[in-house]
Design a protein around this ligand. Structure first.
Ligand code: PEP
Ligand code: MN
Length: 338
């Protein structure tokens, strides 16, 4: 349910309404738009249905949110949300942010080399996994806390924000101490306890679409995070399972405008895990930016042949530099900045 307020409603009337909603055992979430203020009411709708809320001063109308996701929906918030990282970066505004870096953090020297090169090419965030969700338990699982320390050191040294995955509720506090952005990987998109846990932090979250998840399921997962009070969610399309076998996954490019239609949250695209092949990363990145993505997440490695994970899809730094140069034109052609 959403309560739409009249323009210019006084704060004391808003406070009064919030008190009423809370007294019914429901959770109010305020969305302050340029045009109007909306109070989202979270909880069982039947509790509120017969309350005469329209009689309260300042209330314009009370409406059900038709989509199953509430706080995430365009109905709740019409303007695009901008998710800030470290106060200086914005996902969802005119500038497109590029997150680049290796699949896994392997050594400090490896990450330093990558950081210098991707920053020179124009990336604004560095990624690297310390906790890796591997299909086989015998594959490299990541360096754990040692990897997080490397990530933080390199992030500070080069002045570039750090993104890394958290896989376990028990590690959220630890990872949040070292990283600027927490990533929820595709395999954990429906790990609801993990979603609730990161929802209780204030950190920006990159939420990746599950391998076989619909857009609606992705948005429902985001709803878990927002409903805990963390509105700093960036959605990520990273390819889904289809019958097409040439690529690792199929990049669902239509997910970008579809999500933008249904939700106010920013959307980025990961062409690396979608393609599984480095040679496809350049054209897919351009397609993503042309379709309206607010950013990209691209795997880059100085020596992909020796990478401890995802070697075939990682770009050499020189190819990443070419991509960034070429992307500039695409971004400008759709009214964005790179
Ligand atoms: C990753 O980004 O390192 C990763 C494992 O991606 P995904 O969860 O999309 O497979
Ligand atoms: Mn990877």
């Amino acid at each position: 349910m959403i309560i739409v307020l009249k323009k210019g409603t006084e704060q004391k009337d808003i406070d009064n309404l919030l008190k009423k909603v809370k007294s019914l055992g429901l959770k109010p979430m305020v969305s302050q738009g340029q045009e109007r203020t909306i109070i989202g009411v979270i909880g069982p709708e039947d509790v509120i249905r017969f309350q005469p809320l329209e009689a309260y001063p300042g209330v314009d109308k009370v409406m059900p949110v038709l989509a199953p996701y509430k706080l995430v929906s365009r109905e709740f918030k019409q303007q695009d949300s901008v998710v800030k990282v470290k106060d200086s970066l914005e996902f969802g505004s005119e500038k497109i942010n590029i997150v680049a870096g290796p699949c896994s953090i392997e050594t400090k020297a490896q990450l330093q080399e990558i950081a210098g090169k991707i920053k020179d090419s124009g990336a604004s965030l560095i990624r690297g996994g310390a906790f890796k969700p591997r299909t086989s338990p015998y594959s490299f699982q990541g360096l754990g806390e040692e990897g997080l320390k490397i990530l933080q050191d390199v992030s500070n040294q080069f002045g570039i924000a750090a993104v890394t995955e958290v896989m376990d509720t028990r590690d959220v506090e630890l990872v949040a101490r070292y990283a600027d952005v927490l990533q929820i990987g595709a395999r954990n998109m429906q790990n609801f306890n993990l979603l609730k846990e990161v929802g209780q932090t204030k950190k920006p979250i990159i939420l990746k679409r599950g391998l076989s998840a619909t857009v609606k399921e992705l948005l429902m997962s985001a709803e878990y995070i927002l409903s805990e009070g963390n509105f700093n969610v960036i959605l990520c399309e990273r390819g889904i399972r289809t019958f097409s076998e040439f690529t690792r996954n199929t990049l669902d490019i239509s997910a970008v405008p579809v999500i933008k239609m249904c939700s106010h949250l920013p959307v980025i695209v990961d062409p690396s895990h979608a393609a599984g092949k480095w040679g496809l990363v350049n054209p897919l990145s351009k397609a993503a930016v042309a379709a309206g993505a607010d950013g990209l997440l691209v795997e880059v490695h100085p020596n992909p042949k020796e990478a401890l994970s995802d070697g075939p899809q990682q770009l050499l730094p020189e190819n990443f530099a070419i991509l960034m140069k070429e992307l500039k034109q695409v971004a400008e052609s759709v009214g964005r900045e790179l």
